[in-house]
Design a protein around this ligand. Structure first.
Ligand code: FMN
Length: 245
């Protein structure tokens, strides 16, 4: 396809139509991934019977494995992402890991359970980068795609951003919001914790990932008003104090 439509379901419609037109033997065959209550994933093929704004319909036994897993963990179509906390069992000789979900990303206003998340604080989607600072604050950087942002289930989440998470309470607070259609990446702090560096990657990206040479400023002029540029940003508090306090 030359251009991806701006909306996730419209993207699916277009790709599905393309598969039908290509003469696929059964374009309704789809992979359904579920995860059990503990989060271990399993995937199998099912036949898509219908789809629309309410989601994707398939037929199956509700008491089969996938039915049980969907009842325990209804995030089969997880476009929001999550942060998993891993702990090694034992000491240096540990052979196993324990893990849990620190936070499920999403917006509680969404209709689909799997897009609601359980964020305590400022909502976000698509956590991509993490940094743990010396004080124990977990910094979260997000990377939702330009074809998802600011519409549908992402309408209230806004541009990609950086947030600070208190790992003991799970509370999340937004620290900064990036320019339109960028990704926030690569945070690091100076040892004194007073200067933070972050990268703002591909501001003004199009939903097809291809820029139009005739219209380079269509979505963003960040940072200097002309063609959008990726950049590293140094952040300091006005009073020079440690960041995040
Ligand atoms: C092409 C194809 C289509 C399938 N369609 C369905 C389906 O629509 N519904 C279904 O329950 N299983 C379907 N199956 C079987 C599933 O892949 C799976 O083996 C079965 O549902 C048991 O899965 P579970 O134990 O994880 O619940 C299909 C398998 C294939 C290969």
């Amino acid at each position: 396809m030359s251009m991806l439509p701006a909306d996730l379901l419209a993207t699916f419609d277009a790709l599905f139509a393309e598969a039908v037109a290509a003469g696929e033997p059964d374009p309704t065959a789809m992979a359904l991934a579920t995860a059990d209550a503990g989060g271990s994933p399993s995937v199998r093929m099912v036949l898509l019977k219908a789809h629309g704004p309410d989601g994707f319909v398939f037929y199956t036994h509700v008491d089969g494995r996938k039915g049980r897993e969907l009842a325990a963990n209804p995030r089969a179509s997880n476009v929001m992402g999550q942060i998993i906390r891993w702990r090694e069992e034992g000491d240096f000789d540990g052979l196993a890991m324990r893990w849990d979900h620190l936070v499920l990303a999403g917006d509680p206003a969404n209709a689909r359970a799997e897009a609601q998340g359980n964020v305590k604080g400022d909502i976000f989607a698509c956590p991509d980068g993490l940094m743990l600072d010396a004080r124990g604050v977990l910094w979260i950087q997000t990377d939702a795609h330009a074809s998802q942002m600011n519409q549908g289930e992402f309408a209230r989440i806004g541009n990609n951003q950086m947030l600070a998470c208190d790992r003991t309470t799970g509370e999340v607070r937004r620290f900064l919001t990036g320019p339109v259609n960028c990704e926030i990446t690569g945070a690091t702090l100076t040892p004194d914790g007073r200067t933070m560096f972050i990268n703002v990657q591909h501001p003004g990206e199009t939903s097809s990932d291809r820029s139009d040479p005739d219209e380079p400023n269509r979505f963003s002029r960040w940072p200097f008003g002309g063609r959008p540029r990726s950049a590293t940003v140094a952040i300091r508090r006005r009073d020079g104090g440690p960041i995040g306090t």
